[in-house]
Write a protein that binds this ligand. Structure first.
Ligand code: BGC
Length: 379
């Protein structure tokens, strides 16, 4: 334990010391140095090599740049790996499964020793994962578990079940379901059927909401309660908007008031909020989300979304870098869950980070005071 702590921490403190030294020297010289990121470098789709490398190369494969969270994930991974001297190959796959497969193969060919993969569709990258396994490359599934492959060595994510639980509990508390009679009307939306996380998001929320649905205190007016009926393919804002519009037209045209909508994330919530805006004004239904995307936080501030789950990607990146460092140094890899995530080939040792919820009462403290966003970004 002491040995493990000392190696990672000594490197970390050396990094901190050197960074502080550089900042002090540059500011003493009157430089306009304003942080770590070099504006002249396109970090997003290239191999980024640091001058003082530790000789190890890591591949980071992210699903898309369309959603803000994945851009933040990639940037955080890259800069934190860079701090430890790693060369980073960061690629975004444009939500194209075949492209992700090709990109992973090119990372293996170029000598990456560890791959961190936020998969679009785990089953579509079986071929490149097989190549990784044969080449002895260690694979960490990032955020989304890659199913059915025995090439996955570790999984790093936020507690996905807890994400759903927090969303469900928010609705229970906001409607005061324990102390009021109801009935209240609710509709349910989750994410893409090819994303294993949905089992946990939807499952976690339903575990909390189902008892109230069973007693009739919560009524799903559309009757659409199964996961299959509630999927939003590709986590698409447009698909979510269309489904919400159809539900409103078909089941709420008689004036039935919709009290709450469960949405597993922010891109889906955005479409739902657009559909609701056409019908509700002021008495907006409760609406959950996840990621604290800037547009979602704006909606929280203006009353069109009630809450979002904050997953601090800085923490997840820091934990994954610790895992990588342990893998490269042949030390014990830090994990904290060995029971929950079975990808069909067995339990995958997992590192879970804690999500929290943000709403209009605490978003400043959670998102602005923590330095994740500036208040200006919500204007
Ligand atoms: C992630 C969410 C994200 C969603 C859509 C899920 O796997 O856990 O944070 O909103 O994908 O990209």
């Amino acid at each position: 334990m002491i040995k493990k702590l000392s190696i990672s921490h000594i490197k970390y403190f050396i990094c901190l010391f050197l960074s502080a030294f550089v900042v002090i020297v540059l500011s003493a010289c009157g430089s306009d140095f304003d942080g770590y990121v070099d504006e002249n470098v396109d970090y997003t789709n290239n191999t980024f090599t640091v001058e003082e490398t530790n000789g190890h190369k890591i591949g980071v494969s992210m699903p898309t740049k369309d959603l803000q969270r994945w851009v933040q994930d990639g940037e955080n991974m890259k800069s934190q790996l860079h701090n430890f001297g790693y060369t980073v190959d960061l690629l975004y796959a444009n939500n194209d499964k075949n492209l992700q497969n090709e990109q992973i193969k090119s990372m293996i060919d170029s000598g990456c020793e560890v791959l961190v993969i936020g998969a679009i569709d785990g089953s579509a990258i079986a071929e490149s994962l097989e190549t990784a396994k044969k080449a002895g490359v260690v694979v960490i599934a990032y955020d989304r578990l890659i199913m059915g492959s025995d090439a996955i060595n570790y999984y790093a994510t936020f507690d996905n079940q807890l994400v759903g639980t927090l969303q469900g509990q928010y609705i229970v508390d906001a409607l005061d379901l324990k102390n009021t009679q109801g009935p209240y009307h609710i509709e349910l939306f989750t994410g893409s059927s090819d994303d294993n996380n949905c089992n946990f998001f939807f499952g976690g929320a339903l575990e909390v909401l189902q008892p109230y649905i069973n007693t009739g205190k919560l009524i799903v007016t559309s009757g659409q309660t199964t996961k299959e009926q509630c999927y939003t393919q590709g986590w698409s804002t447009d698909i979510a908007r269309e489904r919400m519009e159809n539900i409103l037209k078909t089941y709420y045209a008689d004036g039935t008031k919709l009290d709450a909508v469960l949405s597993s994330n922010d891109s889906v919530a955005l479409g739902i909020a657009e559909a609701l805006s056409a019908q509700y004004n002021g008495d907006f239904p409760l609406l959950t989300g996840q990621d604290c995307d800037i547009n979602a936080v704006k909606n929280i501030i203006n009353g069109k979304q009630s809450m979002s789950i904050f997953k601090d990607t800085r923490n997840l990146a820091a934990k994954v870098v610790e895992m990588i460092d342990a893998i490269i140094s042949d030390e014990t890899v830090p994990i904290n869950d060995t029971t929950t995530y079975n990808n069909g080939t067995g339990i995958i040792p997992t590192l879970l980070c804690d999500p929290v919820f943000a709403d209009k009462n605490n978003y400043k403290e959670i998102l602005v005071d923590s330095g994740y966003y500036t208040e200006d970004q919500f204007k």
